[in-house]
Write a protein of this length. Structure first.
Lengths: 676, 300, 183
């Protein structure tokens, strides 16, 4: 029996440190690493299925070619054939158009391991290409916190155990960050009160002391309402002038524009409750807000986050041990970036298409058009909005390459399928966007079938390109995965981790040497060095300089219900764990009153539809859901039409500043409902 | 909700008919005057039924080849006790079978002889005495076996069963079908008075069965799971077929036969037996189908 | 009995995430249709409170096991530490235990066509390790306890059914009293 360090590379808060066990080269079990203080020896139920997933019969083990898109006629081919076809197409397009811009890459978070950036490196090595830019996830919140604090940086999640009052706002850690729950429970055991704000009574709400049902998209106004109470009750931090900018303007805005009655009408929360909660928040120290990603998937998402930040600042909770407004962080990701930056001309500029409107923007490019698409670590045809545009884009492409573990909705449209390795089969380096631990992932077993790591694939494509046309790609043509990994730990990262040399990372995960509480000395990285209630950066970007309330989109008569599609505990977006278990029906959760309004009872079949598409659902009334929404959790459903057929491409207000593209306002989707 | 437990339905109903017949023969022989042909036929038919029942019971086991192991826990398992008692009943039946062969050979011998010696009479009396003993032992073992069968179902998990119901149902089936089947076998050999007594016994059992069921149903309605069982029963067409075939039709026929002195009408005897048997089989199927286990969801 | 090992579940720490059931299923390599550990959601709604909690239950290793009483082939045994074991080699698959266990713990394993149930990972316990379910619980809600060590006057609850006269089998599983969320 042998043991290996692995790290779960999913787009997930927890990024668990795993110890895998192999016997005779076969992976037999996975357990949490007890030495990593956030994972503490535990894994979530999804990762517990990893062994099954690695050896799943459905896993694609060989390169495959599809005879006709959507035909399902896949034939096994050799890596040589696959690489030849890819390299020839790249060179052919480059020659025909005189530029490599017709090559497009759409990659995101299927595997967040740093070595997966090899695919970006490969594209950079080829020349200027078309890229999906930005993020479908956290963009608006990131920009909001960057405007307010200078960057987005959260405290060590273990710091939450010191809190006396925890507000879980638009976040459902019981399903999406299970390792945070014992920390919250520890705080409860020490006397902390937990309040959960959401649109539906979530598994997290069930473990909280109090649940506040907020009308979707009005959280920003609620935060401003709380701030107004703080102002009225004189619960404002007296030192504000020493570390914030523009608080007078903000207080003036509260005074002039925010009325509690109006706030109550719009948010759906009684004035007395608003007062009670605000007093609690203003009087309890330390008090912590965890603002989830769900909050900011609206056209006003950035403003909402800025309002919540402002509430935290006003009450003096910023920099407080066990306090603060926690969102996410990227400070432990300061890798050298060597892998995605092979030698390339300084003036090489990529054509950046917003990842959330990729198909539309790619179709708009005509000079030259996009002709080849590589999809890696993504499943846009099950996650993106505006599928009609995607269909159009697909029909204009000469070659679509998908690299993945399993067939997906997106691979249905692919010409080539490249089988990739799981994190049990390759070297990698992983950070979390929540906790402070960084670690190396070692291969525990040999690649299953003929699967190859993204890094290996990038080397192989570069090698083939250079064989066919020497000098056509500056990305390395071969190498050593472990050494490539070590090169990512440059001086800055070694300093953050307190390591003398990169090899030390191989001894197990390391916690970044940041203090546990962010902004403890209340010196911020904004242009002014203060917390900015008033942000001139925002003004420059044509955004309101103050955190104000901007209403979300309103439902229309043809589509009166807001559709929410939050994460399910069994999946991460379209990533499925227990592959064999699936349902064939989408379950529509809704308030009993709404069900009654549409004459629906539990188990009824119904249809939801809007301009984009239609979907058959099974009705599940449930208490605690806002009457303004219907919810379909992103479960694995084997149905002919995918959930995203209902989704357009509304964008958030922010995201451009930090990520180069505004975020996906997924929660601004509206549908109509009828009984079938 | 339970399943269609065919092996168990056949085992319990057939086994109960077999023991019921032997019980009736024992009762008919209380004055040592049981007709030898009826004795022989009764033993053969009950034996056949018993063998079918025992074979059917094996099919209930996932591992019939390991059935012998099921005798290992007599201390607390009613199933172990049931199996033991049924095996003993079967052994007792083999003794009866041997008896019926003895009787036959002695009678053949006797028919050839023109005079019967006192020694021969003594041997004959001994035979009749042994026959009575055999019937008694078989009946008692069989009845104990049936009670054990019923006790298997008396358990807290299933409120519908956790009462005296199963024992009464099983015993009533035994007497009812035992009496009717004996009547069918003895339709030409029994005296009118005997037939009348058997019909009266059947009528008594049918009335009792109906009464017990009403009490049972009212007991069921107390618990949630019991009510669920009851709802299932009352809404199942099968239950009403069972009620018609097994209770109301036999009740009507038996009363009219006894009232109108039609006890010798073979057709009526056959009809009422068939109806009652069908009713009991359906009743037994429903017994298994309506089993609803408690749902433990609360804390205390 | 020298000891009585049992499970204690803090329902206020249980997320209903199913890691315990997953770990049991995967690590014991159970057939997909088998679930030795099950999770049930219990929800009570009142005007200003919602109480939602989860009952993670496996075999309760009862003080007075019904399976052991009814099994005709002696395929159940109670160890000195209170663990109720199913001995597969003695099982004739008569299903008595399956129908009589008030908690539905024994299930027929489709691969062996015999009864099967949670064995408390006794081989792991004998080596000083925790059962897979307890080890996997991410919040520490599910614990293994020597029940005789739990002080008297504790506020722990037992499972019951809404049948007043039910003679229960003294399950060796306790629950902390569930709290409710104010809404």
């Amino acid at each position: 029996m042998k043991f290996h360090y692995n790290i779960c590379p999913r787009n997930c808060y927890d990024t668990c440190s795993i110890i895998s066990t192999t016997r005779n080269g076969v992976l037999i079990s996975v357990e949490g690493n007890p030495k990593q203080e956030y994972t503490v020896g535990k894994l979530c139920p999804k990762a517990l299925d990893d062994v099954k997933k690695v050896y799943s019969p459905q896993r694609i083990r060989y390169p495959m070619r599809q005879r006709g898109r959507y035909s399902g006629f896949w034939e096994r081919i050799s890596w040589d054939e696959a690489l030849d076809q890819i390299a020839a197409k790249i060179l052919n397009l480059k020659e025909h158009y005189g530029t490599s811009l017709p090559l497009a890459l759409n990659k995101y978070s299927g595997n967040f391991g740093v070595l997966h950036n090899a695919i970006e490196g490969l594209f950079t090595g080829i020349g200027a290409t078309t890229r999906a830019a930005g993020s479908p996830c956290w963009s608006a919140g990131i920009d909001a916190q960057t405007l307010d604090f200078g960057t987005f940086f959260c405290s060590d999640p273990l710091d939450m155990a010191n809190s006396k009052l925890i507000w879980l706002w638009g976040v459902n850690p019981a399903w999406t960050a299970v390792h945070q729950m014992p920390i919250i429970f520890d705080a409860i055991d020490r006397g902390a009160k937990v309040v959960c704000f959401d649109t539906h009574f979530s598994a997290t709400a069930a473990r909280a002391h109090q649940y506040i049902q907020v009308r979707p998209g009005t959280d920003g106004l609620l935060a401003l309402g709380f701030a107004k109470v703080l102002l009225e009750e004189n619960l404002i931090d007296s030192n504000l002038s020493s570390y914030t900018l523009g608080h007078e303007e903000f207080l003036h805005y509260l005074e002039a524009e925010i009325s509690l009655d109006n706030c109550s009408d719009i948010t759906g929360i009684a004035v007395s409750t608003i007062r009670e909660l605000a007093l609690e928040y203003g009087q309890t120290h330390p008090a912590c807000i965890w603002a989830g990603f769900g909050l900011q998937r609206y056209t006003n998402g950035g403003q909402t986050l800025r309002a919540i930040d402002a509430l935290g600042a006003l009450a003096g909770h910023l920099g407080e041990q066990g306090g603060g407004v926690q969102y996410a962080q990227f400070e432990t990701w300061r890798f050298s970036g060597a892998i995605q930056n092979p030698p390339h001309p300084i003036n090489q500029t990529e054509r950046l298409a917003n990842i959330n409107r990729f198909s539309e923007e790619a179709l708009n490019y005509t000079d030259p058009p996009v002709k080849m698409l590589w999809i890696s670590g993504r499943n846009p045809l099950s996650q993106d909005g505006n599928l009609q545009q995607w269909k159009k884009l697909i029909s204009q492409l000469d070659l679509i390459v998908v690299s993945d573990l399993f067939h997906t909705k997106s691979s249905e449209a692919a010409d080539l399928f490249l089988p990739v390795t799981t994190h049990y089969e390759h070297w990698d380096l992983n950070s979390s966007y929540w906790h402070y631990w960084v670690g190396a992932n070692e291969p525990a077993i040999l690649p299953v079938g003929e699967s190859r790591s993204d890094l290996q694939i990038a080397w192989d494509v570069s090698s083939r390109l250079n064989t066919l046309k020497p000098g056509s790609c500056t990305f390395p043509t071969s190498g050593n995965e472990k050494e490539t990994l070590l090169r990512e730990l440059g001086p800055q990262m070694l300093d953050i981790l307190g390591l003398k040399n990169p090899e030390e990372i191989l001894n197990g995960p390391v916690r970044a040497k940041f203090p546990s509480t962010t902004w403890e000395n209340r010196s911020f990285t904004t242009p002014s060095g203060h917390y900015e209630f008033f942000s001139s950066q925002a003004a420059t970007a044509h955004l309101p300089p103050l955190p104000i309330f901007v209403p979300p989109l309103n439902p229309s008569l043809d589509a009166p219900l807001r559709l929410m599609t939050p994460h399910h505990h069994s999946t991460i977006n379209s990533q499925v764990y227990a592959i064999e278990a699936h349902s064939t029906d989408f379950i529509l959760h809704l308030a009993p009153e709404v069900a009654q309004r549409y004459d629906l009872v539990v188990g009824d079949r119904a249809q939801i539809w809007n301009k984009s598409g239609q979907l058959e659902v099974v009705i599940q009334p449930q208490s605690g859901i806002s009457k303004d929404v219907v919810i379909i959790f992103q479960e694995h459903v084997k149905a002919t039409s995918p959930l995203n057929c209902l989704i357009g491409t509304p964008l958030t207000d922010m995201g451009q500043l930090t990520l180069g593209g505004r975020g996906f306002a997924l929660n601004e989707t509206f549908v109509n409902l009828r009984k079938l | 909700m339970g399943d269609w437990e065919w092996p168990l339905i056949i085992f319990t109903v057939f086994g109960q008919i077999a023991i019921g017949i032997i019980l009736m023969l024992w009762w008919l022989n209380r004055n040592r005057d049981l007709e030898s042909n009826l004795f022989r036929q009764g033993v053969y038919v009950s034996g056949g039924l018993l063998i079918v029942a025992l074979l059917a019971s094996l099919f209930h086991l996932g591992h019939p080849e390991a059935a012998y192991r099921a005798l290992a826990h007599l201390g607390s398992s009613w199933l172990s006790r049931e199996i033991l008692l049924f095996l003993l009943t079967f052994l007792a039946w083999i003794y009866l079978f041997w008896q019926s062969r003895q009787q036959k050979s002695s009678r053949v011998h006797g028919s050839v002889a023109t005079t019967i010696t006192t020694a021969q009479t003594a041997v004959g009396e001994q035979l009749i005495e042994n026959r009575s003993l055999g019937l008694g032992i078989t009946s008692v073992l069989g009845l104990l076996g049936i009670v054990s069968s019923a006790m298997i179902y008396v358990m807290p998990r299933v409120p519908a069963w956790n009462n005296v119901g199963p024992v009464l149902f099983f015993l009533l089936t035994t007497v009812l079908l035992g009496a009717l089947c004996t009547l069918v076998l003895g339709r030409k050999l029994l005296q009118t008075a005997q037939k009348k007594r058997l019909l009266q016994a059947s009528l008594g059992c049918t009335i009792l069965s109906l009464l017990v069921y009403v009490i049972y149903a009212s007991m069921l309605s107390i618990s949630i799971e019991g009510s669920a069982s009851l709802n299932f029963l009352l809404s199942s067409p099968l239950f009403w077929v069972r009620a018609l075939l097994g209770w109301f039709a036999p009740l009507f026929l038996l009363v009219s036969m006894l009232k109108n002195s039609q006890v010798n009408k073979t057709n009526l005897i056959l009809t009422v037996t068939l109806l009652a048997a069908l009713g009991e089989v359906l009743g037994r199927a429903l017994f298994y189908l309506s089993a609803i286990g408690i749902q433990i969801t609360a804390l205390f | 009995m020298v000891k009585q090992l049992g499970f204690v579940l803090d329902v206020n720490r249980c997320l209903g995430c199913g890691a315990c059931a997953k770990a049991c299923q995967n690590r014991n390599q159970l057939a997909p249709s088998l679930g030795w550990r099950q999770i049930r959601k219990v929800e009570t709604i009142s005007k200003d409170h919602i109480q939602r909690f989860y009952l993670s239950t496996a075999c309760n290793h009862c003080g007075n096991p019904e399976c052991l009483r009814v099994c005709p082939s002696g395929a159940y045994a109670k160890r000195r530490d209170g663990i109720v074991l199913h001995l597969s080699e003695k099982c004739t698959s008569c299903k008595s235990c399956v129908t009589s266990c008030p908690f539905g713990a024994p299930q027929i394993n489709p691969q062996t066509n015999k009864a099967s149930k949670c064995q408390f990972c006794y081989e792991r316990l004998d080596r000083g390790m925790l059962p897979f379910c307890v080890q996997a619980c991410p919040t520490g809600a599910l614990e293994l306890k020597e029940l005789r060590d739990i002080p008297a006057g504790n506020q722990l609850l037992r499972l019951t059914a809404p049948v007043p006269s039910l003679r229960l089998t003294r399950p060796s599983v306790f629950y902390k009293p569930p709290s409710a969320t104010r809404v």
